[in-house]
Design a protein around this ligand. Structure first.
Ligand code: NAD
Length: 256
């Protein structure tokens, strides 16, 4: 028996990275999975491979959310879960950040999450789950990613309020706060066919060996296991909470 037997879950940003691993794990645990992304070729290929359904969804577009929910209902008859995973990162100091760039990140990370809750929750079965992907930078500062950190802090506020407002329907809403995870976001070499992504992964492990108590960068499969916990009955009495998954990074610093 799978932990998600009989459940239908929408995962955004599912074409690669953490969303891909969430889609794979949820499918392996018995869920019907609707994979949503803007990377159509990759998303469609993955959906075919795992036996899911791909839908083109730019999370910043309200109408596209309505269409994605309609696809899920038409294909599987119901929606029980949503993982708001899609996100983008831009590096800039706050004083150098053009307003357009700030708004672009807000549109995907923050508005995308809001529209996911707003559009999917009313269509969701009672007792459903929403998992919002925040970040380590939702609970502490990090220079050069101010826009991203602002949107990830906002996602925690959204998560808490959604948990309060949806509790009467037993819909649980939680957030994940990953530290550094080895996906294209932290390791862009994964997108460069001429680069040795394994080599850059080893270099990242070396970098995080000094920063993170567990001594390495995290893997997307590890975040997927947290998303599974928050989506299945194992977390039945948990709502409105941020879950940090960061190898101990937030615990503090060591002076020796
Ligand atoms: P990634 O870049 O590999 O994956 C992001 C996915 O989101 C991609 O498939 C991309 O196409 C999709 N996406 C981007 N804009 C979109 C849009 N407008 N509509 C729909 N899909 C869109 O990176 P990842 O690490 O897998 O990121 C997943 C989530 O985890 C993001 O929310 C990210 O902010 C968060 N996160 C990542 C890290 C990390 O170190 N990698 C750390 C903390 C949090």
């Amino acid at each position: 028996m799978g932990k998600l037997d009989g459940r239908v879950v929408i995962v955004t940003g599912a074409a690669r990275g953490q969303g891909e691993q969430e889609a794979r794990l949820f499918r392996a645990e018995g869920a019907e999975v609707v994979l949503a992304d803007v990377l159509d070729e990759q998303g469609e290929a993955l959906a075919r491979e795992i036996g899911g359904r791909y839908v083109h969804l730019d999370v910043g577009e309200e109408e596209a959310w309505r269409a994605a929910v309609a696809v899920a209902k038409e294909a599987y008859g119901r929606v029980d879960g949503l993982v708001n995973n899609a996100g983008i990162l831009r590096f800039n100091s706050l004083v150098d950040t053009p307003l357009d760039e700030f708004m672009q990140v807000v549109r995907v990370n923050q508005v995308g999450c809001f529209l996911g809750v707003k559009t999917v929750a009313p269509a969701m079965e009672d007792g459903g789950t929403i998992v919002n992907t925040a970040s380590y930078t939702a609970v502490t500062g990090m220079a050069a990613v101010g826009t991203y950190a602002a949107t990830k802090h906002a996602i925690l506020g959204l998560t808490r309020v959604a948990a309060l407002e949806l509790a009467d329907r037993r819909i649980r809403v939680n957030a994940m706060c990953p530290g550094a995870i080895d996906t294209a976001m932290s390791n862009p070499a994964q997108l460069d066919p001429t680069a040795d992504a394994e080599e850059t992964s080893r270099a990242l492990d070396e970098l995080y060996r000094k920063l993170v108590p567990l001594g390495r960068i995290g893997r997307p499969e590890e975040v997927a296991r947290l998303a599974l916990f928050l989506t299945c009955e194992d977390s039945s009495y948990i709502t409105g909470q941020p879950f940090v998954i960061d190898g101990g990074w937030l615990a503090g610093v060591s002076v020796i």
